[in-house]
Design a protein. Structure first.
Length: 300
């Protein structure tokens, strides 16, 4: 384990030599519930163990995440590297992990995900072949599909139940890279810290998008409690990219939320969504207030 509170953008010449096929970068903040499942799935991929590495960066967790990850590092010497930084958000955590990575392809994954054994191999293959700059997967499923809060999240984002990406998605491109060549990533200086949507910033600066890969199966936990929904919505509301118009403020009031919640609950036959939308909208509203009235940070 190493500690680093900064994630300075390195020059290409200062990067570690690329000696591995892939480096998996995993930022985490208070993820003790899920990161063990994430690491177990990534340590058991079809790629040979000496062909890829895991780089975990803790972003100022206050729960048991750090102790749990240290245990994994101790049990898997040479396969994992662990860094810690003061809480600054996932963009800087990803940059810090990528700064020390030895993979020719960088895979940016989340601590609340878990993966099929051949996920990495399928995700990085088009990048390794030089066919594309980076990739994303459409085979991203909800890891907790029966949880009512998780179901509400899908209703909120107009997604089919059980999936994080529509099954019939016609788009072959995305502004979120799950895997990208290291050279391309650092050619634009990595991620910008912009809040909830900072994973879009590499594509925006690069002027290129990730290409679709089929068959790279993964599972992603939706927020599964009122507390988790509120925290995620609060972070979204604080983000630079979230609209802060008068219309947005009004639609997030209890009255606006109730009207919308009832309509969507009827439309999707999900009565619980009325409660979900009240919690979600309150999170957005308090995030907007903190960011634009109190001038607070956009970090989670």
């Amino acid at each position: 384990m190493q500690t680093d509170t900064q994630a300075d953008t390195p020059n290409q010449a200062n990067l570690k030599p690329a000696t591995l096929r892939a480096s998996v970068i995993i930022p985490c903040h208070n993820e003790e519930k899920h990161i063990g499942e994430c690491l177990d799935s990534l340590l058991n991929q079809t790629l040979a163990p000496d062909q890829y590495e895991l780089v975990v960066v803790d972003d100022g967790s206050s729960d048991g995440t750090v102790a749990l990850v240290r245990g994994y590092v101790a049990k898997n010497p040479g396969r994992m590297t662990f860094y810690q930084q003061n809480h600054a958000g996932p963009a800087l955590a990803r940059n810090l992990g990528a700064k020390t990575a030895a993979g020719k392809v960088l895979a940016f994954l989340d601590a609340d995900m878990n993966f099929a054994p051949d996920f990495l191999e399928k995700l990085i293959a088009p990048v390794e072949a030089g066919e594309v700059t980076g990739t994303f997967t459409v085979d991203e499923f909800v890891a907790n599909p029966t949880n009512p809060w998780s179901r509400g999240w899908n209703v909120c984002y107009y997604l089919p139940q059980g999936r994080r990406v529509p099954e019939n998605l016609k788009d072959t491109e995305s502004t979120v890279f799950r895997a990208i060549s290291r050279e391309a990533f650092w050619s634009v200086g990595g991620y910008d810290s912009a809040g909830y949507h900072d994973d879009h910033t590499v594509a925006q600066k690069l002027g290129q998008t990730a290409r679709r890969v089929d068959g790279a199966i993964c599972y992603h936990y939706n927020p599964g409690s009122a507390r988790e929904v509120f925290a995620s919505a609060h972070w979204i509301g604080k983000s630079d990219g979230h609209p802060h118009t008068l219309k947005e403020w009004l639609r997030r009031t209890p009255a606006g939320s109730l009207k919308r919640g009832i309509a969507r609950a009827r439309q999707e036959n999900e009565p619980f969504y009325i409660i979900f939308d009240q919690v979600y909208s309150f999170g957005i509203l308090t995030g907007l207030f903190k960011r634009y009235i109190l001038k607070g940070s956009h970090a989670r």
